[in-house]
Write a protein that binds this ligand. Structure first.
Ligand SMILES: Nc1ncnc2c1ncn2[C@@H]1O[C@H](COP(=O)(O)OP(=O)(O)OP(=O)(O)O)[C@@H](O)[C@H]1O
Ligand SMILES: [Mg+2]
Length: 390
């Protein structure tokens, strides 16, 4: 959205520019004026879509200048900022048809909420219809958190998608730390506690922003269970998230509870992560049995074998036979790159771009974003739904 910024305060200008450019799609400050009088006296040739007007220094006797400014740009939306909301000013603002007034200093969440409202009203709020992709470890330590966080980062970095990762570990969730050194100030349980406030701006304000198009919602941090987290909360969060993100990646952890079950129910695809070892296969079988009993179709379940090394005693086909499901992708064992990345909290793609594991994540991004799912099963199997009946 193209905006005119009217303010004599260069710090506020920089703050609005920074907050605006972090939005998707970004808010561009295409012109600036030092005050309302300056804006009226030097109109823009091309009218802005939005005018952000800091009226803090506007003398009460000049408040009618606001109405003149609004008349200059009848198609634009106006967002008024003011340090001390004086009655005279507010009356003129209302008369001029200005609906959005925010106090200064700027509260970022309120600013984003106002912009989201304005974008939606202007038909600019681009709704995305995002996909939900879940990762779940078949056995503790299989690598679901490492893969989900690094895959989510790779989706944002390589495929230029807008991505949200939600850490659904009931306890001790640490997905944020795999890709960032920031401490989350808000978590999943905080959102559930304030679910009535839930909208795109509130969700965004609760994230750890790893990149401009990648945010992480940290796991619930509520060991005393003071927040009554309900599956319906997950419905609300995913509904809003789908509207504003291209992909929502879930790190489900190992324990399935009522919340993560609801999230799995709504996932477009589920990636059980396991290693090529008998205990993983045993637990994998149990997990796939649960999914079958829940009525999840075989098409939605896409196995990922992590820390794969060729030439072992167990082969991929043995695993596929034991589980009655195809392996979608293998990620090689790459101890050094994975450990460095996890220890430093830097995505492996950023830290060791040419490593085997980073390349493998790139392939996974291609597989997931490809328009058609890989045709791994033959026509016969698809027609007769072999996996569903087993
Ligand atoms: N492809 C890989 N190559 C080498 N090491 C890996 C690989 N993937 C993951 N690891 C290592 O395995 C460790 C455990 O991974 P991770 O924490 O992702 O497992 P998890 O499935 O999320 O475990 P939990 O069940 O505890 O949630 C990580 O510290 C990481 O360094
Ligand atoms: Mg984990």
């Amino acid at each position: 959205m193209k905006a005119l910024m009217v303010s004599g305060d260069s710090l506020l200008h920089a703050e609005v520019a920074a907050q605006g450019s972090a939005r998707m799609p970004g808010l561009q400050l295409v012109a600036s004026r030092t005050g309302v009088r300056d804006a009226v006296e030097r109109p823009l040739q091309e009218p802005p879509e939005l005018a952000i007007v800091d009226a803090s220094d506007l003398p009460a006797q000049e408040a009618e200048l606001l109405e003149r400014l609004c008349k200059l740009y009848p198609a634009a939306t106006f967002l008024l900022l003011t340090r001390e909301p004086q009655q005279e000013l507010l009356i003129h603002a209302m008369r001029a048809g200005i609906r959005d007034v925010l106090p200064l200093p700027l509260v970022h969440s309120a600013f984003h909420e106002a912009l989201s409202r304005i974008e939606t009203a202007a038909g600019r709020g681009q709704l995305r219809n995002g996909k939900v992709v879940a990762f779940i470890s078949c056995k503790g330590g299989s690598g679901a958190t490492f893969l989900s966080t690094n895959f989510a980062y790779a989706l944002a970095a390589l495929a230029d998608k807008k991505v949200l990762l939600i850490d659904l570990h009931g306890q001790f969730g640490d997905a944020t730390l795999y890709v960032s050194d920031q401490n989350p100030s808000m978590t999943l349980s905080d959102i559930c506690a304030q679910i009535s406030r839930m909208d795109a701006a509130f969700l965004d304000s609760c994230l750890v922003h790893v990149a401009s198009n990648f945010g992480v919602l940290a796991a619930a941090d509520d060991p005393q269970h003071t927040v009554d987290m309900k599956p319906e909360h997950m419905d609300t969060i995913l509904r809003i998230a789908r509207q504003h993100y291209d992909y929502i990646v879930l790190d489900v952890g190992r324990q399935i509870d009522a919340i993560s079950l609801r999230a799995l129910d709504q996932s477009d695809t589920i990636h059980p992560v396991l290693q090529l070892a008998l205990p993983d296969i045993r637990d994998g079988r149990r997990l796939l049995d649960i999914f079958r009993s829940l009525g999840y179709s075989a098409e939605r379940i896409r196995l990922i074998v992590n820390r794969y090394e060729k030439g072992g005693k167990l082969r991929l086909v043995d695993l596929e036979q034991a589980l009655g499901a195809d392996v979608m992708h293998t990620v090689p064992n790459d101890y050094l790159s994975a450990t460095d990345s996890v220890n430093q909290g830097i995505p492996v793609l950023q830290l060791s771009r040419s490593s085997a594991v980073a390349r493998s994540l790139g392939e996974l991004v291609e597989l997931v974003t490809a328009r058609r799912a890989p045709e791994s099963k033959g026509l016969f199997d698809r027609l007769f739904g072999r996996h569903e009946n087993e």
